[in-house]
Design a protein around this ligand. Sequence first.
Ligand code: GLN
Length: 306
Amino acid sequence: MQAILDDITAKVTAMPDKGKVATYIPQLACVDPDQFGICVALPDGTVFSAGDAHTLFSIQSISKVFTTTMALGKLGDAIWKRVGREPSGDPFNSVVQLEMENGKPRNPFINAGAITVVDAIMMGHLPKETIAEILEFVRFIADDNTIAIDEKVAQSELLTGDRNASLAHFMASYGHFKNPVDYVLGAYFHHCSIAMTCEQLAKAALFLVSDGVNLSTGARVVSEQRARRINSLMMMCGHYDGSGEFAFRVGLPGKSGVGGGIMAVAPGKASISVWSPGLDRVGNSHLGTIALEMLTQRTGWSVFGH
Ligand code: GLN
């Protein structure tokens, strides 16, 4: 495995086209595009890493997998009254479908869906309490108490978050929100701004590899059925309007973020995280996707067959 990761890292870092770093969040525009990290975690917690796998980056929308997991724990299937589970086929920050579906977002992994999930898990608490709870959960599943929020990124999102604010207010206009919109947005921007390394992220995904249990710590995070369902959501909706392309090329449940990270799961085999800040046209890591494509080709880990 180490040899495979070293080889993939050498190949992708030599590629001239690294994609384009997200600029709509000014703090992300400052990130050096010339970075690449990859980590594979086996169910027992053994990790293999290459490149910049120990560098912190903004996990952005990858955090939506964690908040959705929390929402399932707190509300159970009632969460599906508030968000759907169909791929959107539209950009992650799109407004269009919301009007046609009376303010109900298509899935929890687009911005509107993730903002709704935050409203659902907030349950009358203050934003700082909800943020602390989310961070605590991420630390628990990754078995790492050092994981923290990058406050500069959070402030940067807050200052430039007009699109997300418009999504939230639009949904609130249907009377769906139970908490003040600015509370919900504050907690949303903060969970998107959690900073993690590839290694921390691969470990955080281990519960999705082994039917809801992180076998390296023995902690059951979710039921078997929920783990399976979260994986299915990642497969269908984890890369926004690039989800079909990701399934076609990589063949694994995965979730991307505009910070350039991707967290992927090969059920029963391993969790994988890659990071490279340059994005493709729809906002998914350009080199990260290529690297995962190479990895599944070499390991035969695609869920669709060898
Ligand atoms: N925080 C980002 C936003 O709300 C997350 C988007 C993403 O990673 N695709 O726009």
